[in-house]
Ligand binder design. Structure first.
Ligand SMILES: [Zn+2]
Length: 364
């Protein structure tokens, strides 16, 4: 490629001088500095610590201090960065960011493409990348645990609050289910198990039969009358939620000692285990939260009215009456259950928020 190429970059001579200014492998602060420099609108090869010179073909392989990324606009317009390893005067890399590589023999840093050094020394590159990934994982686990540690108290009280709701739900909903399916002998679950309340329309039409004669046949077409919110509350195999929450409250107590100074001192292996346990607890809390929120929606007045209308519809596969009046439910068929009180805890759609921190991705 010539200077006339569209990819040509005029890298100033000051950048093309080796800068042996880093006596030891720099810390994360250098990564932060490079990122801030680029974010401020500068080109990475203009950073004062960057040596825009080819790395020596032999010698100690680099340490990868960290990663940097081009600004979004640079990526979108494909304004790639030139690479001192392989493309010093022409735009080359940046789609997947670049590496801040420390070369101990020269006490110098080069901002290079993510795979560049691999073509000079594959093994050295792979070791350095594995080491960088390990440090990134440790850092993201540490940050994740610290974000969680701040919320442990909030999660303990959320679990206690959900437990009050779950205890009532665990008795109330199976009670309703049992009265409909067992006492009234209504085949309910098989007709609502996908959350759709269907009715069957029957039409009489005339078709030509096998003998060539016209015959009258009845066609059935199922249509969805409504969607039923919270239908899983009426699953005869519904699992009780309060034992799960009681176990979670226990698990949260067990990680309750985790605070900043303890985490800082933990060996990385132990941190990995704590981070994993916190994720497991949060996934489980969230799934109980979702299940309860779903079930509470069943009791919404509009939802109950739809359920009632469907159950009373002569085209529906079931026949019973279901009604919510104020704080009570009534169910009627060949037996009647009038004015079953809805527990106070289930008369709300409010559940405490869990607000789980996300695990940092590998980027940035
Ligand atoms: Zn390169």
């Amino acid at each position: 490629m010539s200077k006339l190429s569209a990819n040509y970059v005029q890298v100033p001579e000051t950048a093309k001088i080796n800068k042996p200014i880093f006596d030891t492998c720099p810390s994360d602060e250098v990564t932060e500095e490079v990122k801030a420099f680029i974010e401020a609108g500068h080109d990475p090869w203009m950073w004062h610590g960057h040596s825009h010179t080819p790395p020596p073909k032999s010698g100690t392989p680099p340490n990868y201090v960290g990663r940097f990324y081009l600004r979004k606009g640079q990526v979108e317009s494909k304004n790639w960065a030139p690479c001192p390893c392989c493309s010093p005067d022409h735009r080359k890399f940046g789609r997947d960011g670049g590496l801040i590589a420390y070369f101990p023999d020269e006490k110098a840093i080069r901002l290079i493409g993510p795979d560049c050094f691999g073509s000079l020394n594959q093994e050295g590159h792979e070791n350095a990348i594995a080491d960088l990934r390990r440090r990134e994982r440790e850092k993201s686990e540490l940050e994740y645990i610290l974000r969680c540690a701040d919320k442990l108290g909030q999660w303990r009280s959320a679990t206690d609050e959900m437990l009050k709701v779950a205890k009532q739900a665990d008795t109330f909903f199976p009670g309703i289910q049992n009265r409909i399916e067992v006492s009234l002998q209504v085949k309910l679950w098989r007709n609502i198990r996908d959350g759709m309340l269907r009715v069957t329309e029957k039409f009489k039409t005339v078709k030509v039969g096998a003998d060539g004669e016209p015959e009258e046949v009845t066609e059935r077409i199922d249509t969805v009358l409504f969607q039923l919110e919270g239908y899983k509350a009426l699953n005869p195999d519904r699992k009780a939620l309060s034992p799960i929450l009681e176990k979670l409250a226990d698990d949260l107590r067990k990680v309750g000692h985790v605070n900043e100074s303890i985490v800082q001192q933990m060996p990385p292996m132990e941190r990995t285990a704590v981070a994993k346990e916190l994720r497991r607890i949060l996934v489980s809390m969230q799934s109980v939260h979702d299940a309860l929120a779903h079930e509470l929606r069943f009791l919404g007045q509009v939802n109950v009215n739809r359920f009632r209308q469907w159950a009373a519809d002569e085209r529906s596969p079931v026949e019973f009456e279901f009604e919510r009046k104020g704080g009570t439910i009534s169910i009627r068929g060949h037996k009647e259950f009038n004015g079953l009180p809805i527990p106070e805890e289930l008369r709300t759609s409010h559940l405490p928020s869990i607000d789980a921190p996300t695990i940092d991705g590998r980027r940035h």
